[in-house]
Design a protein around this ligand. Structure first.
Ligand SMILES: CC(C)(COP(=O)(O)OP(=O)(O)OC[C@H]1O[C@@H](n2cnc3c(N)ncnc32)[C@H](O)[C@@H]1OP(=O)(O)O)[C@@H](O)C(=O)NCCC(=O)NCCS
Length: 415
């Protein structure tokens, strides 16, 4: 199956190259001189908040690049650990660099027992797992004596540690939600393998571990999305990195952002059968409902991550009759939305449309999809927060005030 996955990624890359629009290169590349002139829309659309070498999204062409490397190449050849090194260090590691970095990550996997105790005390089956994760990251900060040290060396150590510890926290939350004991991390397994092991308590199928690794690579960074920007904004006040990442988790949770993957699955279940898609979609259009897993602030072309995840979802749901039907619903919905809204409004599936199906076929509970997204996004959040910190200026935009300015104050009894 691992060879089949490689072939699927190569084919997806081929299709992307063939279908890439020949629109001119959009802005948002090249040298910057501040102040930058740009047109800013509501929700900071089009605003230039900083410059970066971490990653680039070309929304017109459907490109996603980490430090110069195409996401198709990374998905096919890299590992999450190597991609994380790339995002942090700006270059691919040598074998020696990689061994040292992997050892560092493996050494940081354990979380303090006190964090697990807190997770055991929150009503874990009633609160959303992203809310539990947000609490857990915050508690990690309370327990680290270096948390208040915002020197680059300390923040770097904390960033690597958070990359290593997020899977442990998320797996613990998943286990506690199912009333099962927490499984301690192992140091003899790769990052994705160990994550699946801690979720299930069993040695993972190598093919599923490979799929999880690809999922993590494809979600590792994505421009100035809401949760990355949130993390950077909090960090720019020289607050501590734990607090910044806690805020990133809170932002990712929303259904307009990372929370969409969970909502997609509920939609697919609600539709239930491919034959019901046209009526469901017509109703959604009538009520002007936004379809979860479609549309993007930046991509006005097919999201390259969805190009990879669609075929992987097919491959993996083929092995699992329970999810095969949901995949058929998803493909039908993709065709319909893309053919009706693709031309008209440049609405295509985004990363969240097929990711949930992949996780479901792996036997993962729907509410855990967004926490898995968080496991993957820690490198992007922290690489960009640290890059910005090196030449920090607090984020502080303005709002246009539209209220009155000369009201006269009246004592309360005279109002
Ligand atoms: C991602 C998202 C928040 C981007 O929002 P945005 O940049 O503010 O885009 P807008 O809400 O301004 O939408 C622009 C137009 O496309 C339409 N549109 C956007 N997403 C749509 C969707 N998912 N389904 C149907 N129509 C959609 C809007 O209705 C709007 O149409 P109009 O100009 O006729 O009013 C939005 O596309 C969305 O809500 N998608 C669903 C949630 C999702 O999948 N989020 C994960 C993103 S990775």
């Amino acid at each position: 199956m691992i060879d089949d996955i490689r072939k699927l990624i190569q084919q997806a890359a081929e299709t992307a190259r063939r279908e890439t629009s020949d629109e001119p290169e959009p802005q948002f590349t090249g040298d910057v001189k501040y102040p930058v002139e740009c047109q800013v829309g509501k929700g900071l659309e089009g605003a230039i908040a900083t410059d970066t070498k971490v990653g680039y999204v070309n929304g017109a062409k459907g490109w996603l690049v980490y430090r110069g490397y195409d996401c198709f190449d990374l998905a096919e050849h890299s590992t999450f650990e190597e991609t994380t090194y790339l995002l942090f260090e700006g270059k691919l590691p040598t074998r020696r660099d990689m061994d040292a970095f992997e050892e560092q990550l493996r050494g940081h996997r354990q979380v303090p027992e006190a964090v697990l105790d807190v997770l055991r005390r929150v009503p874990i089956d009633k609160t959303h797992p992203m809310s539990a994760l947000r609490t857990a990251v915050s508690v990690l900060g309370n327990l680290d004596p270096d948390a208040e040290d915002t020197s680059p060396a300390k923040e770097k150590r904390i960033a690597v540690q958070l990359v290593a510890q997020f899977p442990t926290l998320v797996a613990a939350i998943a286990r506690l939600r199912e009333g099962k004991p927490v499984v301690a991390p192992r140091t003899d397994l790769g990052h994705a393998e160990n994550f699946l092991y801690m979720m299930t308590g069993a040695d993972p199928d190598p093919a599923l571990a490979k799929v999880m690794d690809i999922m993590l690579i494809l979600h590792a960074d994505h421009g100035m999305n809401a949760s990355t920007f949130t993390t950077m904004v909090v960090n720019s006040s020289l607050s501590d990195l734990y607090g910044s990442v806690t805020a990133g988790v809170a932002s990712l949770k929303g259904p307009l952002h990372g929370g969409a993957n969970e909502k997609v699955l509920y939609d697919l279940e609600e539709i239930g059968d491919a034959g019901n898609v046209p009526a469901w979609f017509a109703r959604a259009r009538e009520t002007k409902r936004k379809i979860n897993g479609f549309g993007h602030r930046v991509y006005k072309a097919y999201d390259p991550r969805a190009r990879i995840l669609g075929p992987i979802a097919k491959l993996i749901t083929d092995r699992d009759p329970g999810t095969r039907k949901l995949y058929e619903v998803a493909v039908q919905l993709d065709h319909l939305v893309t053919s009706e809204l693709g031309q008209e409004k440049k609405i295509f599936p985004n990363v969240d449309f097929y990711s949930g199906l992949v996780y479901r076929a792996m036997g993962i509970e729907t509410a855990m999809f967004t926490p898995i997204f968080a496991v993957a996004r820690v490198p992007g959040w922290t690489a960009r927060a640290l890059e910005y910190l090196a030449d920090n200026r607090i984020f502080r935009p303005r709002a246009i005030y539209t209220g009155p300015v000369s009201e006269r104050y009246l004592e309360i009894d005279r109002r």
